[in-house]
Design a protein around this ligand. Structure first.
Ligand code: NI
Length: 182
């Protein structure tokens, strides 16, 4: 096990479309996932996509959420291989997001409130489900990484990008428009 270096904004790997995985038994893939898990836990992130550790492959790890809210830090992250999302309805919700590849910043990002998801696990089993709220947001953020999309590219108003410590001042000064204005 080893911590992997996290690619930061400006690294071209973050802008590329990652390749599909066709062999879940590949020892290198397994090593990658173990390292990603350790890296995600160490960085206290909610999710991590393989391109963020310089591996341009379609794998994401997401922390498990408690039903009553918050992250379940007792459970290991969930591994999603070749994840795909689909639209359920057109309800959009805006919330502040951060990204391990863009340290110290937060931005207000509109996302679908609900998504359907499908993926493969490490044993090659098909997984699927419907996600909403924070889990849906994390999935959309991580799957975007596999398509070379970073959250600022999804923002509608770059004034709503701020350093962590300045977020409250910003929110007080500019009440966010909760409506999707596309
Ligand atoms: Ni990210």
């Amino acid at each position: 096990m080893a911590l992997r270096k996290i690619a930061r904004l400006g690294q071209p790997v973050l802008l590329r479309r990652a390749r599909e995985i066709d062999d879940t038994d590949d020892p290198e893939l397994r090593r990658l996932i173990v390292d990603m898990s350790e890296t995600l836990v160490d960085a206290r992130g909610l999710g991590l996509a393989a391109p963020q550790v310089y591996a341009s492959m379609r794998v994401v790890l997401v922390r498990r959420l408690r039903e009553e809210g918050g992250v379940d830090f007792d459970l290991p992250p969930r591994v999603l291989i070749n994840p795909e999302l689909e639209t359920v309805d057109d309800e959009v919700e805006s919330a502040f997001e951060g990204c391990l590849s863009i340290p110290d910043l937060r931005g207000l990002v509109p996302r679908a409130r609900r998504v359907g998801w499908r993926a493969t696990d490490l044993d090659g089993r098909r997984l699927e489900g419907e996600a909403e709220g924070l889990f849906a947001r994390i999935l959309q953020h991580e799957v975007d990484h596999l398509d070379g999309i970073l959250y600022p590219m999804r923002m509608h108003d770059l004034r709503m990008l701020a350093f962590d410590g300045e977020l409250q001042s910003l929110q007080a000064a500019l009440a966010p428009n909760e409506e999707d204005d596309r």
